[in-house]
Design a protein around this ligand. Structure first.
Ligand SMILES: [Zn+2]
Length: 462
């Protein structure tokens, strides 16, 4: 991996400041942690907790940690010996972003996954949650990223559980190629006969961070998985509708996160297909997006801390592609982004934490990944204030991964996962697309060092 030491204007400013101030970077660096210590001062701080923007703040990084967060003047007065002072005035400082719904290895393709992960990191995404794929490939990506062998966010993956009938779907087949779909530790078929203690132990043995409950399971099994998962200390993530288990049952089972806002509609409409593959078109126009049924689900989610992984861009993107077709060629039953947005807004209004997950990719030659579209859709369609959208993409993402003590906000003791923007995202979410620098675990990844994805890197499957 190349290392880049140049960071445009900020470095130049830092050097002039350092020269003007004996005792900072001009001196010989002190041994130990302070050798890599640097203080960014003059930033406009959005710390990820939902606290309003704070002007003229300073943040000290030592090694891979944030050690001080103070007003610039105070930080300058207590700078450790050897620490480099960087004047970052005019920049907006946020925690590293977290995408809570990616798929990096449904069909393993290492070169392609590394290319997409490179775009994630240089765009400010420092952690991602992979929602099921081939663990054999995911584990390697996770390892290389963690060790800094590839420029990529930290990758956390899940072990899938579903009813036996789900494994006719081609995707689990591809993600278990060479083995029997449903009979591998990272994708297990579950029945009432399953030895759940063993199934959860097998899932944990893949080094997955969470179990993903996908489909074709009744409430009793969703509950059994969740109870045993929690007993063994692993997160349990589920689709909002598990077919036949309803959203209220999935939430009632005590899962930690539910994915896909639109699937909440099945319960409002009172439609309960037995299996995921039973295609049922809902009448979305007739749907009451503020139904008391939904209100009850959100009340329980708030009380037990269940997160909604809304994936709104997925719906907005599908809707846009449908609208580009001639009217008679459009598919029926597509969930309108306005409906998905209204339900997500209702969740937000009820105090439910919403995370930022994408479950999809923008074209390889787009400058920024789909998470930036999701941020804009959350602001526009779910009518969430920009500060709350940013909290969703940082603190809530860390909570989803069970890493809220370690990531997701800019506070002393947390890992130094940071992004610097040149424009104010609170004025317009599109300004998130002004990343100048990503810091992951204390290492710099300047945007100007980003090599765009090339078509060759995508390989043959695209
Ligand atoms: Zn997914």
């Amino acid at each position: 991996m190349k290392t880049y030491k140049v960071w445009g204007v900020l470095v130049a400013t830092a050097i002039s400041l350092a020269l003007a101030q004996p005792g900072t970077a001009g001196d010989t660096a002190a041994a130990g942690d302070t050798a890599s210590a640097r203080a960014y001062v003059g930033v406009s701080l959005i710390d990820g907790t939902g606290t309003p923007l704070q002007h003229d703040m300073g943040v000290l990084i030592q090694g891979d940690r944030i050690t001080e967060v103070l007003p610039s003047l105070q930080l300058k007065a207590r700078l450790p010996e050897g620490a480099k002072l960087v004047d970052a005035s005019g920049h907006y400082l946020l925690p590293g972003l977290i995408d809570t719904h990616v798929h990096m290895a449904t069909v393993p393709n290492r070169e392609q996954a590394e290319a997409y992960m490179r775009r994630y990191l240089y765009s400010g995404i420092t952690s991602v949650r992979d929602m099921a794929g081939d663990m054999r490939a995911l584990a390697e990506l996770a390892r290389k990223s963690r060790l800094g062998k590839i420029p990529a966010p930290d990758l956390y993956y899940s072990a899938l559980m579903a009813g036996p009938s789900f494994f006719d779907d081609p995707r689990p087949g591809m993600a278990a190629e060479g083995e029997t779909p449903g009979a591998v530790p990272w994708m297990q078929a579950i029945t009432s006969q399953t030895d759940m203690e063993e199934a959860v132990a097998l899932a944990r043995g893949t080094w997955a961070t969470g179990i993903k409950i996908y489909a074709n399971l009744p409430y009793a099994q969703v509950r059994r998985i969740t109870k045993e998962g929690h007993r063994q200390g692993i997160k349990v993530w589920a689709h909002s509708m598990v077919f036949p288990a309803y959203p209220s049952e999935v939430v009632g089972a005590g899962v930690d996160v539910i994915s896909h806002a639109c699937r909440l509609a099945f319960e409002i409409a009172g439609v309960r297909p037995d299996e995921y593959h039973h295609k049922v078109a809902l009448d979305f126009d007739a749907l009451d997006t503020r139904s008391p049924v939904l209100g009850g689900i959100f009340e329980q989610m708030k009380n037990q801390g269940t997160v909604l992984d809304a994936t709104l861009w997925l719906y907005a993107n599908r809707e846009q592609r449908e609208n580009e077709k001639p009217k008679d060629k459009r598919s029926a039953g597509i969930c309108p982004s306005a409906v998905a947005g209204a339900m997500t807004h209702f969740a937000y209004e009820n105090g439910v934490d919403v995370s930022v997950g994408t479950d999809g990719m923008v074209p390889y030659d787009a400058e920024y990944p789909a998470l930036f579209d999701e941020l804009e859709v959350l602001a526009a369609k779910a009518d969430m204030p920009p500060l709350q959208v940013i909290r969703s993409a940082t603190y809530v993402g860390a909570k989803v991964l069970g890493l809220e003590d370690e990531r997701g906000t800019i506070e002393p003791g947390k890992r130094a996962d940071l992004i610097f923007l040149s424009k104010n995202p609170l004025e317009d979410m599109a300004n998130m697309r002004s990343v100048v620098l990503t810091v992951k675990a204390g290492t710099d990844y300047p945007r100007e060092a980003y090599t765009p994805i090339t078509k060759t890197e995508l390989g043959e499957i695209n």
